[in-house]
Design a binder for this molecule. Structure first.
Ligand code: FES
Length: 602
């Protein structure tokens, strides 16, 4: 059997996937590890509270689930080890984050999460000692019977402790999840469901435990039941466990937190000794100790600065353009590079994340986004475009005679017709690979080449013109009985360098293209009226697309604001462009070796 060599496109796909994976791995930072560990723990408490909630069904159901599902899964050695490792890493990285933070301007949600998170180990240690440390002393794994009897009959105050712990652990986890998920595009849709679960589960867990406690109190009246189900920890072991969990652990833990604050003080002194640097914003300057990030400098001196994720290197809204010497700055970390690449800003070395950039010398920056952008902005526009110059093909399609159309019709009918026109146009553009970018009244601006090379962009634009013409012809056929005159239109296509980026105010921004080449496309569309044709294409677009010189009528036109006349090609029936493209491709294919890109470049 002959082994076939993999196709070049397959190898290319494998290489692309491998480099994407490598970039993703490089983008894993401390916060991602902490988040992952938090998710492991959240899964555990979800499973645990769900188990409690089964008490609403019956005590025996919650006991059965505990033995056969919850314990059966979480006591698998590898799962168990993962859970404990996640807990230790999450707590350690939480303390590390506390050390790292250079300011105390917390939002209400952040401070709540921090305080709740720090209190969990203290509240948990008694429960953990009874349930887990006791097993290390050879005591059998505790069941619901023992726990519920111990809390509801022997030490009733523990009911309140447990319910407070449950509420705190759940709230801490939910706030963490919220910070993570709120930037995801699906969050707005999933929010009502997630909020419902977040509120319902702890309530169900507490009522389930309460029901279970009542049932166990009743069952405990039977000495035989008590003998079989209640496994108290022997007093000697209890004493040792209590000493560990109620004395040693709190001392060690609180000392750890105190140590973090002490380390922060030492660091501040060191940083002051190492010197200061100046951050220059467009309208002010601040001086901060070396070691601070640009975002921390902004927050310390209340310089308005967007930071939707709170400096966690997730949202990219803190981006700045560095306008001073970039060579003096530290290189972007793997995480910073990953986030910048995700929003399409990696090709511009002057763009940095303010929350990750810790300069060692003076720096001048311009924040790119308005300071008040919120999570909505990030969700709706993952690829925030900060302004970039690139070769683009712009196409304007305009409906003719819509003013006279509106005089003879009801507003509703006019809007209906214009919407059908815009729909027919946009479908053609999208099908050809372009992006319908702006709708101005009854006109559409489409962009080609945002993700493709020059030749492909030009071919796509010509194909789009053909598809638009065909769609509008079909539309005219459909509405022939409703309108006296078929819908008329004009198309202008031009190519050249344009600036692409986001323009707008607050949350209302649009991505668009600006520049002379875009304006010329609009003028060519206008000229389609005087030249008595449907489409006017710049000569360059036709050449780059591989359309022969004699294929369309060539003419020279004056463009308002331009000194030099311009050569354009005109056509009354844009559907012809499709066949010209096929012929051009076939011709280029016969001469092999030369692809459209090469034609474009020659
Ligand atoms: S604040 Fe979110 S990435 Fe910097």
């Amino acid at each position: 059997m002959m082994l076939q060599a993999p196709a070049i496109s397959d190898l290319h796909a494998v290489r692309t996937s491998a480099s994407k994976l490598a970039a993703w791995v490089r983008g894993i930072g401390v916060r991602q590890v902490r988040l992952t560990c938090g998710l492991v723990m959240f899964t555990y408490i979800f499973s645990h509270f769900f188990n409690h909630a089964l008490g609403n069904v019956s005590y025996s159901t919650m006991e059965w689930w505990l033995t056969n599902v919850h314990v059966a899964w979480w006591r698998i050695p590898i799962v168990n080890a993962t859970l404990y490792a996640a807990a230790i890493v999450h707590l350690s990285l939480g303390l590390w984050a506390l050390y790292q933070r250079r300011h105390f301007r917390y939002t209400a949600a952040e401070i709540t999460q921090l305080v709740l998170g720090l209190s969990i180990p203290l509240l948990l240690c008694i429960h953990f000692g009874a349930v887990r440390v006791s097993t290390m002393f050879g005591h059998p794994v505790l069941n619901y019977g023992t726990n519920l009897f111990a809390f509801w009959v022997v030490r009733k105050y523990m009911i309140a402790v447990q319910f407070v712990l449950l509420t705190i652990a759940w709230t801490h986890g939910c706030i963490g999840l919220y910070f993570w998920l709120r930037l995801k595009p699906f969050f707005k849709r999933a929010w009502p469901f997630l909020f419902g679960v977040a509120v319902a589960l702890p309530l169900l867990a507490m009522s389930g435990a309460q029901q279970g406690g009542r049932e166990v109190t009743r069952l405990a009246a039977d000495p035989q039941w008590l003998k079989e189900n209640y496994r108290p920890i022997p007093p000697v072991k209890r004493e040792v466990i209590d000493e560990i969990t109620e004395v040693y652990f709190p001392i060690i833990y609180l000392s750890g937190i105190a140590f973090v604050f002490l380390a922060r003080g030492v660091r501040s002194l060191n940083e002051r000794r190492r010197g200061m640097f100046t951050v220059t914003y467009p309208n002010r300057q601040v001086r901060v100790p070396k070691g601070m990030s640009v975002l921390e400098a902004s927050l310390r001196y209340r310089v308005p600065h967007a930071s939707v994720c709170g400096g966690r290197a997730r949202c990219s809204t803190c981006r700045v353009r560095v306008v001073s010497d970039r060579l003096a700055l530290p290189r972007p970390s793997g995480r910073e590079a990953f986030v910048l690449a995700r929003v399409g800003a990696s090709s511009d070395p002057s763009i940095r994340l303010a929350c990750q950039l810790r300069p060692q010398s003076d720096v001048s920056v311009i924040p790119i986004l308005p300071p008040h952008v919120g999570a909505d902005f990030v969700r709706n526009r993952q690829r925030i475009n900060v302004g970039e110059e690139r070769y683009l093909v712009s196409m304007f399609v305009d409906m003719r005679g819509s003013t006279s159309l509106s005089e003879a019709r009801l507003p509703f009918d006019v809007m209906f017709l214009i919407n059908r026109f815009v729909d027919a146009t946009s479908r053609g553009i999208s099908e050809a690979g372009g992006q319908p970018n702006q709708f101005v009244g009854d006109g559409v601006l489409a962009l080609f080449g945002l993700k493709t090379d020059k030749a492909t962009a030009c071919q796509q634009a010509l194909r789009a013109a053909a598809l638009v013409a065909s769609n509008i012809a079909h539309l005219n056929h459909q509405i022939a009985t409703e309108v006296r005159q078929p819908i008329q239109y004009g198309i202008g296509i031009n190519a050249g360098d344009a600036i692409i980026g986001d323009i707008g105010f607050r949350g209302h921004t649009v991505f668009t293209a600006l520049g002379d080449s875009v304006n010329v496309a609009a003028r060519l569309q206008d000229l389609s009226k005087t030249l008595d044709c449907k489409v006017v294409v710049s000569d360059e677009v036709c050449k780059v697309a591989g359309i022969p010189d004699d294929a369309l009528l060539r003419t020279q036109v004056e463009i308002r604001g331009h000194d030099q006349p311009m050569i354009v090609r005109t056509e009354k029936d844009p559907t012809v462009l499709a066949s010209l493209l096929v012929a051009a491709s076939a011709h280029l294919g016969d001469s092999s070796a030369i692809d459209l890109q090469e034609v474009a470049e020659t």
